[in-house]
Design a protein around this ligand. Structure first.
Ligand SMILES: [Zn+2]
Length: 298
């Protein structure tokens, strides 16, 4: 979704300016002056803090994702959008996104920068000027930062758009809703099987509210693990009824980062497009290898 890219770009710009560039300047100076011990300590100071300048930005973007979901649902339902009070959900989602960036960002970026430093130290510690070090450090920070922001923003955007759709569904009196995936050749098995499934609007809302209110990324992962498209994963999914799926919090996208599924009014997806998990499992087994199906990443 374009909005997630937009969030990524804006967060990266603020973060690079406020945090990453000043830290990198210090690290490079430390390498030139006292060598590597100080530089490695400084690498630990690259985090997504200070988050202050990011907070209002994230809140605005999260709200945009929510509104986009609500409007999209209303457009497909061809009715006027209902007024929904989403303040709590937006605040929770913004907080969750900030927490995820801060806690997972710190460790990942530190590791990348320290790797560059230790490689430089191993090979070139005697030289006053280390060729390419600045470029490698910049790349380690920018690439690491982008990966984390992009994934976190993308998951949050998808969940916010889904919640916006569901609050709209509830406002308009839709007791159930349907999942619509973007069907394409390389679609992963979980998304393919979820395409067209129908769930209860209230139950769906409860799940998304719980997900978006969870500020601890580890707890979120433990409570709502992504369903897997491996053979074992499909075997499990094939054994679950739709009520079981809902009970496990599998009520809609995302099932993986960069999931393109959305929430639509019930009876939008043609029945002919539905494929059961049992059928997908059968296809995987007929193909002789579960590896033929994409395994869902963390
Ligand atoms: Zn998907």
């Amino acid at each position: 979704m374009a909005l997630a890219d937009d969030i990524t770009r804006d967060i990266m710009l603020v973060w690079m300016r406020e945090q990453a560039r000043p830290a990198l300047r210090e690290i490079k100076a430390a390498v030139r002056e006292d060598g590597f011990a100080r530089a490695e300590r400084l690498a630990e100071a690259i985090t997504f803090r200070p988050v202050e300048p990011l907070a209002p930005l994230i809140e605005a973007k999260v709200e945009a994702a929510f509104t986009a979901g609500a409007l999209n649902f209303a457009r497909i339902a061809k009715r006027d959008p209902a007024r929904v009070d989403a303040e709590f959900a937006i605040k929770s989602a913004s907080q969750q996104l900030l927490t995820t960036l801060t806690s997972t960002g710190e460790a990942a970026i530190t590791k990348r920068v320290q790797k560059v430093l230790s490689e430089a130290q191993d090979g070139l510690v005697q030289k006053a000027e280390i060729p390419g070090l600045a470029v490698k450090l910049n790349r380690a920070v920018a690439t690491g930062g982008r990966a984390i922001v992009s994934m976190s923003a993308n998951l949050t955007t998808t969940r916010m758009a889904a919640l916006g759709s569901l609050l709209e569904a509830e406002g308009q009196g839709f007791g159930t809703y349907q999942i619509q995936e973007h069907i394409q050749e390389d679609i992963d098995a979980v998304c393919r099987g979820m395409h067209g499934k129908t769930f209860n609007t209230r139950e769906g809302m409860d799940v998304y509210m719980r997900q978006l209110s969870e500020n601890d990324p580890a707890a979120l992962k433990a409570t709502f693990p992504f369903p897997r498209g491996s053979r074992d994963g499909l075997q499990l999914l094939a054994s679950l009824s739709d009520a079981d799926l809902s009970g496990r919090g599998i009520v809609g996208p995302p099932y993986h980062p960069h999931c393109r599924g959305i929430i639509v009014p019930a009876d939008t997806v043609p029945t002919s497009e539905l494929v059961s998990f049992a059928a997908l499992l059968g296809q995987a087994e007929a193909a002789g290898t579960a590896g033929a199906l994409a395994t869902i990443g963390e």
